[in-house]
Design a protein around this ligand. Structure first.
Ligand SMILES: [Zn+2]
Length: 210
């Protein structure tokens, strides 16, 4: 399988012969718009920096509800959580998605705004690769993200939703998060083959388009 970061909460994940894209953003965000031809799109919640499905070419299947979705041979599970720490009163709901590609179990947290309930951790189950917001302000901050990593216990951690030069939103930089970890490396593209997961947890900082 292969993962590229297109900026913000948008990743292109390829595996099982399927191209899945998470949380496409609109032009106000600052990165070049995602223009990938894909099979499936997941939308964590209806904010412009996550739901800009209209910028994508073609007619991909769009998933924007919690529950189990069988699409293109993938089983994608959506778990309903909140975009804030007050059960949605400030910013509404958010959906966490989990699916498996090439034997690797992925999880994308969207704009998670709180630590996970034990029941949610149990429902999500075993995770190999976690895409997690770390920039705070609208989501969990670096420290909260570190605690959510501990809750879900993945081998690979891909931070997202943090300040970079192209981003027009004022979020915290990724260094606030990576300082909690010993093993951090940069990659253009993440490729993991069968049995290719690291023994110990690694944080992967993917390059973004500028
Ligand atoms: Zn957002």
């Amino acid at each position: 399988m292969e993962v590229r970061w297109l900026g913000h909460a948008c990743f292109l994940c390829e595996g099982n012969g399927v191209r899945l894209l998470t949380d496409p953003f609109g032009k106000e965000v600052g990165y070049p718009l995602p223009r990938e031809v894909v099979d499936v799109v997941t939308v964590s919640h209806d904010h412009y920096d996550h739901n800009a499905v209209q910028v994508l070419p073609g007619r991909p299947r769009v998933i924007r509800e919690p529950g189990v979705h069988e699409v293109e041979g993938l089983r994608i599970e959506g778990f309903s959580v909140y975009h804030d720490e007050v059960r949605g009163a400030k910013r509404g709901r958010n959906i966490i998605y989990a699916w498996e590609m090439d034997g690797i179990r992925f999880c994308h947290l969207g704009d998670l705004g709180h630590l996970l309930e034990p029941a949610t951790v149990e429902a999500i189950g075993k995770i190999d690769l976690l895409m997690i917001p770390v920039g705070g302000v609208y989501t969990i901050d670096a420290r909260g993200a570190f605690r959510v990593v501990e809750q879900l216990n993945p081998r690979l951690v891909l931070p997202m939703h943090y300040k970079t030069p192209p981003l027009k939103l004022d979020l915290a930089p990724v260094e606030d998060f990576t300082r909690y970890f010993d093993r951090v490396r940069r990659e253009k593209v993440l490729r993991v083959g069968p049995g290719g997961l690291p023994e110990e947890r690694e944080v992967i900082l993917l390059d973004h388009p500028a």
